[in-house]
Design a protein around this ligand. Structure first.
Ligand code: SF4
Length: 321
């Protein structure tokens, strides 16, 4: 579903995504990095991950045009195999990769994939955040590593059917150097992110199973009334956390629902974890006040102790006035 359209139809649009300025700037930088058949990009790749291979003089840039994502994914897989057999350097500009997520095919488009003469495939991510003195914002690099790890997993599906191929677990991150728009690159090891993503993908509930559990006739069509959509969204379990604000278009809607229900998740995942079986703010306050809760529960004991300390502190400050 189009979650941004759904959020707007629900009356909780979230200003989510890249600003237009950042988008244009990012595109211009990527075009610069890939200009001239990817000469500069391949130079950076050889410099950082060349592994002693001869510098790329001639680089194959296969045409990946095809109809629809399925067609493009098939064209990409063929181009990867052909480039590997050819035994030279190749650059696949915006290839299309397929990965099964929750039992359904998902299509992914990395910025580029490079094929080395020894049959290694390397994911290349081009970002517009700066690399200052050789290092970039750790949070942004972490996000790029998680994104690249998914591409690595998708490439591994193709590699399983191709002989003599190794998918590199070290990806090339290309960013503007310092405050210029000259490209520089660093190597990011995504083994950890790959393992985590792989485990998470294996644990996902299949989309058919989620759909089968929904009431008959449930629809997320943004043309429906807000009441119908509200009921439809409500029928799917959600666990809002403040982290959603940076990752999901429905965040404002889910936050309002979580707050209205007094759900402790709205206070953050760590707070939720510490509160154990107490799932609402009301239950937490009642436990702290000694009105509810199991007195043997360590969470209830800690809450009552905190409430007593707070009352003591307030009494002390009142006596000082
Ligand atoms: S709980 Fe979070 S991730 Fe799930 S739909 Fe709501 S905002 Fe999105």
């Amino acid at each position: 579903m189009d979650k941004a359209a759904l959020a707007t139809a629900l009356g909780s649009p979230a200003p989510f995504g890249q600003s237009q300025f950042a988008f244009v700037r990012g595109n211009a930088f990527e075009a610069k990095v890939k200009a001239d058949g990817g000469t500069e990009l391949m130079r950076l790749l050889h410099e950082r991950l060349g592994g002693g291979a001869e510098a790329p003089r001639e680089v194959l840039v296969p045409d990946l045009t095809a109809a629809g994502p399925e067609g493009r994914a098939a064209r990409t897989a063929l181009a990867l195999r052909e480039a590997t057999e050819a035994g030279g350097w190749a650059l696949l500009d915006h290839p299309m990769l397929a990965l099964e997520v929750a039992g359904s095919p998902t299509y992914l488009e990395p910025d580029a994939v490079a094929v080395h003469p020894d049959g290694t495939w390397t994911v290349v991510e081009i970002k517009s955040f700066p690399m200052i003195d050789g290092s970039a914002d750790a949070a942004k690099v972490g996000a790029a590593a998680r994104q690249s790890a998914v591409y690595v997993l998708a490439l591994e599906r193709i590699a399983e059917l191709t002989e003599g191929v190794e998918v590199g677990h070290r990806v090339l991150l290309v960013c503007p150097k310092d405050f210029s728009n000259l490209p520089t690159a660093s190597v990011v090891d995504v083994r950890k992110q790959r393992a985590v993503t792989r485990r998470q993908l294996a644990r996902l509930t299949r989309i058919e199973d989620i759909a089968a559990a929904l009431p008959e006739g449930t629809t997320f069509d943004p043309e429906c009334s807000p009441q119908q959509l509200d009921a439809a969204v409500e029928s799917v379990g959600a666990t809002y956390a403040p982290e959603c604000l940076a990752a999901c278009e429905l965040a404002f809607h889910c936050r309002a629902k979580a707050r209205a229900a007094g759900a402790v998740e709205a206070l953050g995942r760590s707070v939720r974890g510490e509160l154990g079986g107490l799932t609402t703010v009301g239950a937490v306050l009642a436990a702290a006040a000694g009105k509810e809760g199991d007195p043997a529960d360590p969470t209830v004991v800690a809450l009552r102790r905190a409430a007593a300390l707070r009352a003591e502190a307030l009494e002390g400050s009142a006596a000082c006035r």
